[in-house]
Structures are given as C-alpha cells and as structure tokens.
Design a binder for this molecule. Structure first.
Ligand code: MN
Length: 371
C-alpha cells in the first residue's frame, strides 16, 4: 500500500465530489496536525502524520464533508500532543473542535475490561456518546487504518484489537449501513483471529479465480443481452463475497469451501425502481430461481435502511449464484450507509465509476498474502 503523507491526495479526492470545498481550511488542518505531531512516529517507524492523513483519505472515499475531513486530520492532536480542545476551537471553530473532542472522548472508553456479553451495550453506549454521528465515522475510519497496519503490533495486541474490531466496530459499521467498512474490518480482524482459516479460504478462492472470473463475465454478458431486449439500461458487475462471510456460511451450513457455491454475486444497478423488478423478471426467465431465496428489501428495507432485490438462481451445471438488483441511489446508500446523508443526490459518471469499483471483496483480501 503506497503511503502518502502530504495533503494533495486528500484534495484530489475531494475535488471529484465537492469541487468548491474549502481547500484552504483542509490545508491548514493538515499543517496544524503535522506541526503538532512533529517528531512523533508510529510503531512502524513512519512519521505519525501518515495516520491522520490515511484516516482523512478513508473518509474522503465515502465523500465526507470538509469539517469531517479536517477533524480526521486533527483527530489525535488533543489525545496525543500538547494541543487542547480550546486551541482547536480557537483555530478551527466549534464544529471541527466538537468533532475532535467527540473522538477523543470515545478513545477513553476501555473496551478490554468488559465482558464479551456486553458488546451490545458497549455499541449502544458508543452511539449514545457521540451526539454527532460523524464522530463515529471518524472513529471507524481510525480503526480501519489501525487494522490495516496492525502487523506492526505485538501478537497479543493484534489479537486484542482484532477481537474488539469484530465485536464492536464491524457491527457498528453494519448498523450504520457502511458495508465497505464492515467487510474490510471483518476480513482484517478474521485474518488475525483465525489466520489459518483465513489464508486457507483465501488460497482456495485464488486457485479458482481465473475460472470464476470467466464465468462472471459470461453471466454479465447474458444479463446484458436479456436487458437490451426489453430496453433497460443497467450497469452490471460481479463481486466476490468477503472471506469472513464465506467462513460464516461454511460454519452455519457445516460445509467445506468447495461445497459453498454462491461465493459470487452479480450486481445490477439501474436508474429507476420499476426497472429493478423488470431486471428481476428477466433474470428469473433466464435461470431458475431457488425457492425461498428471493428477498424484496425494496418494499421492506432492512433495519439499517438497506434496499435491494436479492435472488439466488441456478446457473451452469446447477451452481447457484446470487443476483442483487438496486437503483444508483440504493447502491450509494448501501456503500456509504449513514454517510450517504452527506452526499449529493446526482451521480456524475466519474463518481458512478468510482462507486462501481468499490466491491467489498477488496484486492487485499483476494490476494491473501501472508504479511
Ligand atoms: Mn488515531
């Protein structure tokens, strides 16, 4: 992973979704944080500023507003340097100062001393303590970057942090509907908690990767031509499921990985809700649906507001695969969850392309290389 420590990559990302953002303010927050952390290093030996910059980049990936980006850059200054809340308030105003203070307060919760059974209470407390939900988003991005760099910690610490991630942070991301955070947090934590199983699944998935990619490509072409006949324009892509969810399925169904067939999902994205049902009709005429697997989360959204149509159909050789059908609006809110609240409604073609690239089974997980 290339590590950037300047402010430029952050600015470049924001320019795509918010061209009139206050870049001068972001630049100032960066310089302030850089000065405050100067001389500090992370366990990896790198300059500390890399961490807040990476956290800000993760939040720019979900297109967060300027105040959140600035607070992300400053999120550790009150905790780890001589800078106080009042200094941040004087320099950056109340909105940013309160976000930084909120993150600082959450850091004081001691997860380790509690019983596992209390995880749910902890999650509730966490949500209640952060009056502004953006505080939680910064905390999740902070955890995500710490998980990505966990290999520098001692083995005991790795297990401790990974368990906390699995029990508190991944479920929080799920509750807030930010699936791209949830999946990556789960897979990273799983890699430390049950590394033998993680690398075994990753290896087995990799072995058949080529084959699977060809098959996905074929399915996409078939759906495309079916949709052309009824005049529906759609963006279609295949995605691998994340490693932890495959593992959970193996446990739940008591099966070996080779017996888990719907390891892939095809995602079809259209402009309007009625088109979703049109796509479903076409898919069901092309392949036989598996009974009991059709879910209409458009008519009845999940509690975290997730919306899509899900169906599992029998493909070549009787191998089932899942199809998820949704509008662009539903797609953006399922990728970004509660963070979608800060997004523009209209998707430019560039932003659509970025959204389509963001399959949860991230490259890191598929490569499955041991650190
Ligand atoms: Mn941090």
């Amino acid at each position: 992973m290339p590590v950037e420590s300047g402010v430029e990559p952050i600015i470049q990302k924001i320019q795509i979704y918010e061209p009139d953002a206050d870049f001068e303010l972001i630049d100032r927050a960066f310089s302030y944080a850089q000065m405050a952390h100067s001389g500090q290093t992370r366990i990896s030996g790198e300059p500390y500023i890399i961490h807040p910059v990476e956290v800000a980049l993760i939040l720019a990936d979900i297109e967060m507003d300027t105040a959140t980006i600035c607070a992300a850059l400053l999120h550790d200054v009150v905790e780890d340097t001589s800078i106080t809340y009042l200094n941040v308030l004087a320099e950056f105003g109340e909105e940013i100062a309160l976000l930084v203070e909120g993150v600082t307060k959450l850091n004081r919760i001691d997860f380790q001393s509690r019983e596992e059974a209390q995880a749910e209470n902890l999650r509730k407390m966490f949500l209640a303590m952060a009056k502004d939900i953006r505080v939680i988003l910064i905390k999740l991005a902070d955890r995500l970057h710490n998980m990505r760099t966990l290999n520098y910690q001692s083995e005991v610490k790795q297990k401790e942090i990974a368990r906390e991630t699995m029990e508190i942070f991944a479920p929080l991301a799920h509750r807030l509907g930010i699936f791209r955070f949830k999946w990556e947090l789960e897979d990273l934590a799983f890699a430390y908690l049950n590394s033998d199983m993680y690398y075994e699944i990753a290896k087995r998935l990799k072995q058949k990767r080529r084959e699977r990619e060809d098959y996905v490509h074929e399915l996409i072409e078939q759906i495309k031509s079916g949709l052309e006949q009824i005049g529906i324009k759609a963006d279609i892509a295949g995605r691998p499921k994340n490693i932890y969810s495959i593992y959970r399925k193996m446990i739940k169904q008591g099966k070996d990985i080779d017996e888990i067939y719907d390891k892939i999902a095809i995602r079809v994205i259209v402009n309007e809700v009625p088109e979703c049902y049109g796509v479903l009709g076409i898919v069901h005429t092309m392949w036989r649906p598996l009974p009991g697997r059709f879910k209409d989360y458009i008519a009845t959204p999940k509690y975290n507001m997730y919306q899509s149509l899900h169906t599992t159909v029998l493909g070549k050789g009787g191998e089932p695969f899942e199809v998820q059908i949704r509008t662009w609006e539903m797609h953006s809110s399922s990728e970004y969850g509660i963070a979608a609240h800060w997004r523009y409604k209209e998707e430019s073609s560039l932003r659509k392309r970025i959204l389509m690239r963001s399959w949860p089974g991230c490259g890191r997980c598929w490569n499955g290389s041991r650190k």
